[in-house]
Each structure stands twice: as C-alpha cells, then as structure tokens.
Write a protein that binds this ligand. Structure first.
Ligand SMILES: CC(C)(COP(=O)(O)OP(=O)(O)OC[C@H]1O[C@@H](n2cnc3c(N)ncnc32)[C@H](O)[C@@H]1OP(=O)(O)O)[C@@H](O)C(=O)NCCC(=O)NCCS
Length: 350
C-alpha cells in the first residue's frame, strides 16, 4: 500500500489587509509590492484567533473532505513558525479542540519548508508502523502577531492562514512516491525571530530590543530560494526516476511570484503547470503549500494519477520537495464550511 492525500482543507481569516492600507502604515506602495513580490492583499487573524484556531478549521475541513471522524485520526503533525506559545505544541492544542483523542500530536519547526518536512515525517511513520493509519498534516501561521508593522522590509510579505491534508492508505502507484529534505544552517540567521531560549552576544538592552522581532535579509533569501527551489525539484524527480516534463502540477511555496517564475523558468516547466495564491493570501510561511494545494483541489484542477510536486524553502535555511501521484476523485470540492465573506477594515483597532 501507498500513503497519499485523502482529503484537503484550508482556512483564511476573513479580514483583508490590502497593499493600499499598508501604504498608510509604512513607506511602501501597491505597485512596489505587486511588482517585486506579486501580492495584492493578505489575511489577518481576528483578535480572538490563534494559530491553533486557524489550524482547527483547516483540519476540520480536510477531515470532512476525507470523510474521516476526529476519533479515527492516529497522528497530527503541525508545521508552524508562529505557534500559539513556546509550549505545549500547537498540534496538541489542536488535538484537544478537534477531539482527536486517539492520536499522537507534535509540531515540526522548519519554517517555510515545514509542510514538506511534516508530510515526509508523517508518511515515513505511516510506512514504518501500520498503527498510524490516518494522519492530519497541517501548516498554520499567524505572522501578523510576530511581524514588526513599522518595518517595510518584512511586514509587506506575510499573511495569516492554515491548510491541512488527511493522509491515508492508497494503492501503491498513487500517493507519496519520493521526498527530499535538506538544510543549510550556515544561513540560519537570514530569516529569524528571536525568542525562547535564544542567546545573543549583545548587551541585555540590545537583546531586549532584538527579542520578539522578526528579521529577514531579503537579498540573501532571494539567492537561496532561487537555488533551493530548482535543486529540490530536480532531486526528487531524479530520485523518483521520472523526468521534469512528466510533472503535471508543481505547487511552490508562495514566497514571491518572481521566485516562482525564476525557478520554473530555470526548470523549463511552464507557468500553466503551477497554481498560485500569493496575490490574495501573501506568504503564509508553513501554511502556503497546503492552502494552495487545497484551493487548487477545491477548484477541481487535479485528475487521479496526476504527478504533483510540492516544493518548500525558507528559514533554516530549509528546503525540500514531495512528489506524489494524486489519488483522489473529485468529490465536489470542500464544503464551504468555514470560509466567511472577506472584510476590509481597520484590523489593528479590533
Ligand atoms: C526583498 C526583494 C523583493 C528585494 O528585491 P530587489 O530587487 O533586490 O530590491 P532591492 O533590495 O534592490 O530594493 C529596491 C528598493 O526598494 C526598497 N524597498 C524595500 N522594501 C520596500 C517596500 N516594502 N516598499 C517600497 N520599497 C521598498 C529598498 O529600500 C530599495 O531602495 P533603494 O534602491 O533606495 O535602496 C527580493 O530580494 C526578494 O524577493 N527576496 C526574497 C524575500 C522572500 O521571499 N522572503 C520570504 C522567504 S520564505
């Protein structure tokens, strides 16, 4: 038997923050953000919504899509770099809220590659131990809580949201065929959020200023991402013994539309073979892959047997890819269970 996706779901908060609104907050412009990054707007979690709340709604939708009850879940793995709290794991909080009380639950911390890491761990555990028959793999983030909203070099890029898949057994020629994971810790300082047990050589005063501040070296990340993305795709395709031209769909981490264009161009993969959500949800870090995959599935883009590559890269510097053969029949898309009408407004005052 193989291990594959048997349900997908996603949730984005209803509140929209447009580039136009950002123009009144920092020295930026809609044109700069759209041209340089490909974003028009992003979603911001409501005052009472934690990362676990977004994750819960995505997981509920994925379970409904799969026709699986919470008690039937054996494993929950959640990828996040903006957890509810340092401990316990956000997956543990989600497990309790979901009522999936027969499952193990833990978080994976690999920032924007977190979802491919979590998929890899979940499928390996399921292959190794048949006790794990159904897993929920979630990517969920609330970067609005960790961003510095006065820093235009970081705050314009990110948004909040969550996506989830249910993994279950499928025929061996369907489901996850190969995975590839890597990290280059020499670049661990390129994207970071100091907190928890971090040590810093600076004075306590400087440390206090630096703590709880999200930092990103945009140029370094660009150089890394435009190398890591093609490298990961080539590696997983080579390991699987298929050709780049065999790929039907490639879902890329939604960091920057220009990184996606640049990478696909280098790989010789036409843009028609990808699906993007960055223009409306921005970079949702560990959540961007499952959100984009779930929305593409809801739009009925995939056919059974389609060869799909998911590729992630980001803080760590982490990178990786999952190659799978799509194993689901289209069942009318996800229930519009949790998607609420979008609201534009003064989110910071709520
Ligand atoms: C950050 C990035 C867009 C910069 O692109 P670039 O073409 O190298 O642009 P530059 O760094 O030359 O900056 C151009 C100008 O825009 C300015 N700028 C930076 N942020 C800005 C913003 N939000 N709005 C307006 N102008 C901005 C810069 O200060 C610079 O001004 P200057 O020429 O007067 O110095 C690009 O490096 C990138 O996409 N990096 C990856 C970021 C990413 O994806 N992060 C998520 C990782 S998972």
């Amino acid at each position: 038997m193989g291990i594959g996706i048997i349900g997908t779901g996603y949730y984005v908060p209803s509140r929209i923050l447009t580039n136009k609104e950002l123009e009144s907050m920092v020295d930026t412009s809609d044109e700069w953000i759209f041209t340089k990054v490909g974003i028009r707007e992003r979603r911001i979690a409501g005052p009472h919504e934690a990362t676990s709340d977004l994750a819960l709604k995505a997981a509920q939708e994925a379970l409904a899509n799969a026709g699986v009850e919470p008690e039937e879940v054996d494993l929950i793995i959640l990828a996040t770099s903006s957890p509810d709290m340092i401990q316990p794991a956000t997956a543990a909080i989600v497990q309790g809220k979901l009522g999936a009380l027969n499952s193990a639950a833990f978080d994976v911390s690999a920032v924007c590659a977190g979802f491919v890491y979590a998929m890899t761990v979940a499928s390996a555990m399921m292959q190794a131990n048949p006790q794990y028959r159904r897993a929920v793999v979630i990517g969920a983030e609330t970067y609005s809580r960790i961003l510095d909203w006065t820093d235009r070099t970081t705050c314009v890029y990110f948004g909040d949201g969550a996506g989830a898949v249910v993994l279950g057994q499928q025929a061996g020629d369907l489901g996850i065929q190969k995975t590839f994971l890597k990290n280059d810790g020499r670049g661990a300082g390129a994207i970071r959020y100091l907190g928890g047990g971090s040590r810093h050589p600076a004075s306590p005063e400087t440390l206090a200023q630096k703590m709880h501040r999200f930092e990103m070296n945009g140029r370094e990340v660009w150089n890394f991402a435009t190398t890591a993305c093609p490298l990961s795709v080539r590696q997983v395709v080579q390991d699987a013994g298929i050709q780049l031209s065999d790929i039907d769909w490639i879902i890329v981490h939604q960091a920057n539309i220009n990184i996606i264009r640049h990478s696909l161009d280098e790989l010789g993969i036409p843009l028609e073979k990808t699906y993007t959500t960055i223009e409306k949800y921005a970079n949702t870090a560990g959540a961007s892959l499952p959100i984009t995959l779930a929305e593409a599935h809801a739009k009925n883009l995939f056919r059974k047997g389609d060869k799909i590559v998911l590729v992630g890269f980001g803080g760590g510097l982490s990178l990786g890819a999952v190659y799978l053969n799509w194993g689901m029949d289209y069942a009318g898309g996800q229930k519009a269970l949790v998607q609420q009408p979008a609201v534009v407004g003064d989110w910071q005052k709520n």
